[in-house]
Design a binder for this molecule. Sequence first.
Ligand code: NAD
Ligand code: LMR
Length: 329
Amino acid sequence: MSSPVRVAVTGAAGQIGYALLFRIASGQMFGPDTPVELRLLEVPPALGALEGVAMELDDAAFPLLAGIELSDQAETAFAGVNVACLVGAKPRGPGMERADLLKDNGKIFTGQGAALASAGASDLKVAVVGNPANTNALIAAANAEGLPAERFTAMVRLDENRAKSQLAKKAGVPVAEVTNLAVWGNHSPTMVPDFDNARIGGRPATEVITDREWLEGEFLTTVQQRGKAIIDARGASSAASAASALVDHVANWCGGKPTADGDWVSMAIPSDGSYGVPEGLISGFPVTTDGNGTYEIVQGLELSDFAQQKLQASVDELQQERDAVADML
Ligand code: NAD
Ligand code: LMR
């Protein structure tokens, strides 16, 4: 057994929190040999509900769960944490875009960024889920003085998983056969699920699914609009699938599960200028990971004119979001 990983989850009494905590505590994020200590942050009115969740975590008798602490103070919850999952934020309702949440949710991330910098462990890593996730991660990083920006990531893994599932269905193959699927840009309707570089059963996806009209049309729109489709159908935004994608995101990044040889995963990370994405913007990229805290952008991929145009629109949107929160950066 290794020493415990201390994991903070914000918004822990919310929908995603309820699905996420049991996955973390059961060992799915950090593997079967790593105990976890949970540090759960909520707003004061939700602390009662959070106590109920903690009681249920106790009742599950997870062998790897080494402790649970609840707090409504960011500095307390983040003390010594190695990994922070920033989920706590308002979800959008019907008729809203994720960017509509920016002003309300953005301010959560100024204080939490600062608290992470002052209280987190020296190897702290941060994954932002609360929407609009890319720009919230930018805000948190900008307010975390002394912490390298590359420790701040946002989740586009749900979009990757959604895209893989759509391609697998169309090709009539198990989803595990779809690999090398990157989602570029913003976690918003401008996101770019990259079918040109994806593979199905080891072959280029575009050789297996030759209907380019479907790829550029129905496939793209289905993935881009999946969050809305779920809100419309469920009356609430995706929760269990989001928690599952976060488990995937963190497990690959620092949970001992490196990307498979030749494959990559999607993470929104601060751009180093690769592929023309302006430096500093937090954008989805294909990355390889070592499972131990390091990721690298996959270089040398070709983007079609279609994909480049779409990526530019997503980058423009990220820049507009950044401009809208300039006072928080
Ligand atoms: P929810 O409303 O069920 O839960 C959010 C929780 O956050 C609530 O319990 C609330 O009390 C708490 N909270 C609010 N402000 C807080 C603060 N300052 N500190 C700590 N906790 C705080 O919402 P949810 O369905 O769990 O979704 C959470 C967020 O995740 C939303 O913004 C949603 O849009 C986003 N989301 C992102 C993705 C993605 O792929 N990036 C996917 C699904 C949902
Ligand atoms: C999702 O993609 O399901 C989430 O970002 C929730 C939303 O508002 O779409």
